[in-house]
Design a protein around this ligand. Structure first.
Ligand code: C2E
Ligand code: CA
Ligand code: CA
Length: 633
């Protein structure tokens, strides 16, 4: 709305809202003045004037009623309305002018008092009621009072005084009207500003509400939908797919390298990577398909699709999202895993479908390097159920006495007395031997590995103690999981346990895998140092398979490395160079070498010739039970 129309609106509002009282006041003044005058001069003309005046007032009253009834803003506050109002008002003023001129002519002082009082009262009343229009009010005052004043002045004698009063009042009232006008103008402006503020406030509130709604539906980093909005929209998508005879595929994209990018290049680059992936997904995913950021490194897509198009869609999705990225000067080669589930084939429930897509994502067996995306199937579900079952059973495996230790000899090439045993854990669940490769990772995913690891140490200490009692001391090497090794109190607790059983520390060794290298380097160095100082030897297990950082491994206080059986298997098929490299590196570092998984005499021969100190494998012995540990003397 423009300022002009705002001002007109304010002016008309004030004029019309005060009109009723103004008309009543003017009517009362006209009737009283006429009656009083008639008593003084017996002139019936006054009643003719009164009738005209009342008609004029009635006409303005009618105008007020009409105005009140107008509904459309544009009619009510049209400039013509002000013109009509002014014309009618000036009509009244003209009648007062006639009144002043006619009845002051030859009037005595009593009649002059009546005429002047009526004019003064009427004018005093309008200064406020018409204060919103300066020109109108000044015209009104001037028209009613000034001719009377001038005429009286002109008549001379007693009239002169009233003439003086008339002119003075015209000036005074005009001045006061001007002040009222300024004041009213300010009020109108303030009111207008207030209204503007209200209107703006309303728009602002609407805008903010929209913004808040957007925020509550989206994920801040990528601007994609968040989880809750995604779930809401998928229920609608299911209906849409049903209507169109389509299936609804749930596709989870997992950014494999996010953690390592965060660790190596910083979280800012990690965030950029996430945003860039989100933008790539936006390009591929067309409505009605939807996409959300499901978790830190996971995006979830729901797309209505037919079976035959699914594989192509997923392949295309994967190819588009693993193109190398240039981020802050780094060219990132990226990888992602994709898991897929399908409504209604796999489930009717959204929550289950999402879990299934997630299971497919993490199912390594299905992937096996062939492809990086996996569509959920029953076997994946069964494997998941087995894992859940094993995990919950494992919690009670110790108290139910389902765990036991077996021992596999590690044979010294030259000095049999230096041979020792590796302690291997066995789990017998209702007659089924659950392999450690299956249950150890499950235990590592929870805190269970710590209690199990502690139990293994405790049992191993007992075995050593018994061997001492029998005077056939044996040395044991215990496998320690990375999770366990990273426990703050690991070294302290281990030493406490060894001391509790009064075992010479050199009879216990530990084997750790390269996966511990993800821990803080200084802590690692410190722990290995403490152990070595305490006399507990440390081997690096499965050497060569992990992601050892040679710079870290060099600084650790190690005693042995165990070459993984994968290398031993290849020994006769081109695996020699790697073995030689490991052997010479170990020699220079002062580490002894153990070859694992030795199965054939040919392997033994080669390893012996290479000067590998220790050999372990089925060629010598499979892991044996406790009862076979001590040969009858
Ligand atoms: P690992 O420490 O590398 O143990 C060697 C594995 O190779 C053992 O399997 C052993 O039976 C097997 N093995 C030894 N010689 C030969 C051979 O000549 N040929 C073949 N094919 N295999 C051989 P196992 O007992 O099934 O253990 C598997 C893995 O489970 C172990 O690998 C170790 O990582 C883990 N594990 C076993 N017991 C424990 C434990 O008490 N604590 C922890 N944290 N992990 C354990
Ligand atoms: Ca081992
Ligand atoms: Ca090993």
């Amino acid at each position: 709305m423009s300022d002009n129309s705002d001002a007109l609106r304010g002016t008309l509002d004030i004029l019309y809202k005060n009109l009723k009282t103004g008309l009543i006041g003017a009517g009362v003044a006209a009737v009283s003045a006429s009656v009083l005058l008639y008593y003084q001069n017996d002139d019936v003309i006054v009643f003719i004037w009164l009738i005209l005046m009342l008609l004029s007032l009635l006409l303005r009253g009618y105008d007020l009623c009409r105005w009140n009834k107008l509904e459309l803003e544009k009619d009510k506050y049209h400039p013509i309305v002000l013109k009509r109002y002014s014309a009618l008002t000036l009509g009244t003023a003209l009648l007062w002018c006639v009144f002043g001129l006619y009845f002051s002519t030859g009037a005595d002082s009593n009649q002059m008092v009546i005429v002047f009082s009526a004019l003064a009262a009427v004018n005093a009343g309008v200064t406020n009621s018409m204060s919103s229009s300066k020109s109108l009010i000044i015209s009104y005052i001037t028209l009613t009072l000034l001719p009377f004043g001038l005429w009286s002045f002109y008549q001379g004698g007693e009239q002169k005084l009233f003439g003086f009063l008339g002119v003075t009042f015209t000036a005074l009232l005009s001045f006061s009207a001007r002040n009222s006008y300024i004041f009213t103008l300010q009020s109108i402006r303030l009111r207008r500003e207030h209204q503007h503020l209200l209107v703006n406030l309303e728009t602002e509130v609407k805008l903010r509400t929209k913004e808040l709604l957007h925020l509550s539906n989206t994920e801040p980093l990528t601007g994609l939908y968040n989880r809750s909005r995604f779930i809401e929209l998928t229920s609608e998508l299911i209906k849409l797919s049903q209507i169109n005879g389509l299936k609804l595929a749930f596709v989870i994209v997992d950014l494999v390298d996010l953690k390592s990018i965060n660790d190596s290049l910083g979280h800012e680059v990690g965030d950029e990577y996430i945003r860039a992936t989100a933008n790539r997904l936006r390009e591929i995913i067309q409505e009605p398909a939807i996409c959300c950021r499901w978790g830190g490194d996971e995006f979830l897509i729901a797309i209505p699709i037919i079976d035959s198009a699914l594989a192509d869609f997923v392949k295309n999705l994967q190819q588009s999202t693993i193109r190398p990225l240039l981020l802050q000067g780094n060219v990132l080669k990226i990888k992602n895993n994709i898991g897929v589930s399908i409504y209604p084939d796999h489930s009717q429930k959204i929550s289950e479908l999402i879990i299934m897509a997630d299971l497919a994502l993490y199912d390594d067996i299905e992937k096996c390097g062939k492809q990086l995306f996996t569509i959920y199937n029953r076997k994946i579900g069964e494997r998941y159920q087995r894992k859940s079952m094993l995990r919950s059973r494992l919690e009670h495996a110790i108290e139910k006495k389902e765990l036991r230790l077996v021992f596999q000899p590690i044979v010294h090439q030259k000095d049999v007395k230096k041979s020792y045993y590796e302690v291997l854990l066995r789990w017998n669940l209702n007659g089924e031997a659950i392999p450690p490769d299956e249950f150890i990772p499950l235990a590592e995913q929870s805190d269970l590995i710590n209690s199990i690891g502690h139990w293994v140490f405790e049992q191993s200490c007992l075995v050593i103690w018994q061997s001492l009692q029998r005077n056939q001391p044996i040395e044991l090497a215990v496998n320690v999981s990375a999770v366990q090794f990273q426990q703050e109190e690991f070294v302290g607790e281990l030493l406490k346990l060894v001391d509790k059983h009064h075992i010479p520390r050199n009879l216990l060794q530990i084997e750790i895998t390269e996966s511990i290298f993800t821990a803080n380097k200084n802590v690692l160095i410190d722990k290995t140092k403490q152990l070595r100082y305490a006399g507990i030897a440390i081997s690096i297990d499965d050497f060569g398979t992990g992601y050892s950082s040679l710079s870290v491994i060099n600084e650790l206080h190690l005693n042995k490395v165990k070459i993984d059986k994968a290398f031993i298997e290849k020994i006769e098929h081109g695996g020699m160079p790697v073995l030689h490299a490991i052997a010479s590196m170990s020699q220079s570092m002062g580490w002894e070498v153990v070859a694992e998984g030795v199965e054939t005499s040919a392997q033994v021969e080669i390893l012996r010739n290479m000067g590998i100190q220790y050999l372990q494998g089925y060629y010598f012995s499979k892991p044996v039970e406790y009862s076979s540990l001590f040969p009858k003397l």
